[in-house]
Design a protein around this ligand. Structure first.
Ligand code: FMN
Length: 206
């Protein structure tokens, strides 16, 4: 990764691995676009035990994000498991630490998208994606969904929504991301990368 190359921050939380798998597929889409890179990061779990402290390096997956990863990104792809039809607490916890970026308008006019995994087909993916959009709009980000020109969106029998990529992991979290779900993750990465370059050019012109 070069110091001056714009990047998409692909930021996720995942406990059983499905959202992490999707994040890597979004990265693939980002990296198919010339002139921009992906930076894959995750957020740590939160604990109701206030003494609990996580190790600085996670046991598996991407390293933890810091606020500078978000501050300097050209765009954001945010992934969370569906939890009671909403984003998981660790993702919200991270977003709640971003007031300083909001005050300084660090994310204004940058594109953002969201992706999610749930255990059941009608278990709240769309409400999760739509509520993930809300804090990003407060930051002045430009939210990008998935257009129906991505034909997998019509063909899918499982995950995939116009609000963002999604995956149905099954009750035991053992269902793999299928061909159509995967294609939509890659398409989402590609789209956010292209939008990031376009919006970056617009900001530089202003
Ligand atoms: C506290 C909690 C709440 C959940 N709520 C939902 C839900 O509302 N709908 C659903 O379909 N699955 C729900 N799930 C299941 C997860 O969304 C699902 O296992 C997801 O694929 C996990 O993603 P991960 O493998 O990235 O951790 C919930 C899981 C937990 C632990």
């Amino acid at each position: 990764m070069s110091a001056n190359q714009p990047y998409i921050l692909v930021l996720y939380y995942s406990r059983s691995g499905a959202t992490a798998t999707m994040a890597r597929q979004v990265v693939e889409g980002v990296e198919s676009v010339a002139g921009i890179e992906a930076r894959l990061r995750c957020v740590p779990s939160v604990s109701p035990t206030c003494e609990a402290v996580a190790p600085e390096i996670p046991e598996e997956g991407a390293i933890y994000a810091d606020l500078d990863d978000l501050r300097h990104c050209a765009g954001l792809a945010l992934g969370s498991p569906t939890r009671f039809g909403n984003m998981a607490a660790p993702v919200k916890h991270f977003l709640d630490s971003t007031s300083n970026l909001w005050i300084n308008g660090a994310l204004v006019d940058k594109p953002a998208c969201a992706f999610t995994s749930s255990s059941s087909l009608h278990g709240g993916q769309e409400s999760t994606l739509l509520t993930m959009l809300v804090p990003l709009l407060h930051h002045g980000m430009v939210f990008a969904g998935l257009p129906y020109s991505e034909t997998e969106l019509i063909a899918t029998q499982t995950g995939g929504t116009p609000y963002g990529a999604s995956h149905v992991a099954g009750a035991r979290s053992d269902r793999h991301v299928d061909t159509q779900e995967r294609a939509l993750c890659v398409a989402q990465g590609k789209r956010i990368a292209r939008l990031a370059l376009a919006l970056r050019a617009m900001r530089e012109e202003a």
